[in-house]
Design a protein around this ligand. Sequence first.
Ligand SMILES: [Fe+2]
Ligand SMILES: [Fe+2]
Ligand SMILES: [Fe+2]
Length: 326
Amino acid sequence: MTPSNLQDQLTKYLTDAHSIEEQALVQLRMAPRLAGDAQIAGHFSQHLTETKEQERLVRQRLQDRGASPSRIKDMAGMATGVGFALFAKLNPDTPGKLVNHAFSYEHMELAAYDLLARVADRAGDAETARVAREIEAQESAMADRLAGSFDLAVQASLRDLSPSDIDEQLGKYLADAHALEAQAVQLLEKGPKLAGTPELASAYQDHLAVTHEHQRLVDGRLKAKHSRPSRFKDAALRLGALNWGTFFAAQPDTPAKLAAFAYAFEHLEVGAYELLARVANRAGDTETEALAQRILADEHAAADRIRSLFDQALDASLEAQGVGAR
Ligand SMILES: [Fe+2]
Ligand SMILES: [Fe+2]
Ligand SMILES: [Fe+2]
């Protein structure tokens, strides 16, 4: 089905938001058990309560707009085919990764509601815009709570290991960062073609150059630590579940979805370097710690730049769907 007018597009963004919440509920029901720390578990439990209400609010908006329950259900079923579900497949095996994936997912939600509110504004649906901004604020607050939990998450992840394991761990975190940069290259190489506007294309292109540099620097730290090459492979395999082909095939309105997804992905990298910096600090590797801090700043800058272009990404998407910009 190809929605051909703005009202249909708004309903579509609402169904996407609903899918995101259903996926969030699945993750948040598991998260407290895996958190490894009472305070982090508490954050997840609190956000599970909020998310149940968010799902209800979005479903209500869909019903008020006349979307049939079966359509809502169909669209929810499609969530597995789109990018949002990819995060769930990353299979966090430590409290640190769990917090990082959740941190990234909250930014995906934040981006989705930011876009939804803007579509609602354009469509003149003030109530949907209000609900979207209210939920966006909750996602933002949860993202902040998670950002404040990286210390505890690293403590919980390393708690049961002997001090002699820390170098081994550091090698793993470096390898994960390296694998993420490789994924970023793949995403950003496709970016310019699907960007929708010249500014977005430059944002992706510029960050691709920076990403190559990150890869080189992380590679240097891995070699300095004599990490076994198999580590690369392990990390790449763990990330293999990120199937970009499926993601891109499933997106009819790529500029906005791509911007939202890139924004969330940058936060996956932010989280990875937040963790790496802390593990390096514990291992007494000041060089890796400083490198992680430096790259962290680049990832934040890239995320901010992409976010600042959401409005034009949305206009490009709507235009591609045959809905003229305002
Ligand atoms: Fe949510
Ligand atoms: Fe959320
Ligand atoms: Fe990046």
